[in-house]
Design a protein around this ligand. Structure first.
Ligand SMILES: Nc1[nH]c(=O)nc2c1ncn2[C@H]1C[C@H](O)[C@@H](COP(=O)(O)OP(=O)(O)OP(=O)(O)O)O1
Length: 198
């Protein structure tokens, strides 16, 4: 079953979850960003953002795609710059993030890998930490690896991160407004899973 897609999304998608109210915000161009996650066993590597957009939130490692780079090259460069590691990143999903008044949209290409080389190392921008997505609580591992800190992440992440960790490709759109305290608040969201062609 397919449904009407929000403007800016395309592909063979099945709605997974949606919410919020109002018209989708207009935009006239997209700016491309990357966001990369390392997933091993029942753990995921996130970074505490130390500056800029999303300061004091946990997120994957990424940033702007520079002219002349492919998306994968940009994702690998940002992972190295922000977490000090190399990984065989593969495309895992896409997010379109709109902030009211911006007039342009962030197109965030999400990447993941199940292995890496090097040692996750704090950078000027990010402090890497492991989190657990194990469903069974109480083992020794859970005691030292805390659960994914959704309360200190972007609001929409609770919807798509579970898809990412189980390897389900996804596409989503998040529209938001900037509140008086400078924080973004979601006004409308839509997430879908990608139907494979085979
Ligand atoms: N995990 C996430 N969930 C979400 O809903 N929106 C996210 C997101 N990560 C980033 N965004 C959105 C909001 C943010 O304003 C925009 C750009 O975020 P980034 O952290 O990638 O940008 P930066 O300005 O830090 O890039 P660089 O300076 O190139 O590192 O993308």
């Amino acid at each position: 079953m397919t449904s009407i897609l929000p403007p800016g999304l395309e592909g063979n998608l099945v709605e997974y979850v949606q919410g919020g109210v109002g018209d989708w915000l207009p935009f006239n161009q997209k700016r491309f960003y990357t966001n990369a996650f390392i997933i091993q066993d029942d753990k995921i590597l996130l970074g505490m953002k130390k500056r800029g957009f999303g300061i004091n939130k946990y997120n994957g490692f990424g940033g702007k795609v520079e002219p002349g780079e492919t998306l994968t090259q940009a994702a690998m460069r940002e992972l190295k710059e922000e977490a000090g590691i190399d990984a065989p990143l593969e495309h895992a999903g896409s997010l379109l993030f709109m902030a009211k008044g911006a007039g342009w949209a962030f197109q965030i290409e999400i990447f993941s890998a199940h292995s890496y080389s090097g040692t996750p190392t704090e950078s000027d921008e990010m402090r890497p930490e492991w989190f657990s997505f194990a469903s069974s609580a109480g083992s020794d591992a859970d005691a030292i690896v805390p659960p994914i800190p959704y309360e200190t992440m972007w609001d929409g992440d609770v919807h798509w991160l579970p898809l990412l960790v189980r390897g389900q490709k996804f596409v989503g759109r998040i529209d938001s407004v900037t509140q008086d305290d400078g924080e973004f608040a979601m006004t409308r969201h839509w997430f879908g899973t990608v139907i494979s062609d085979n």
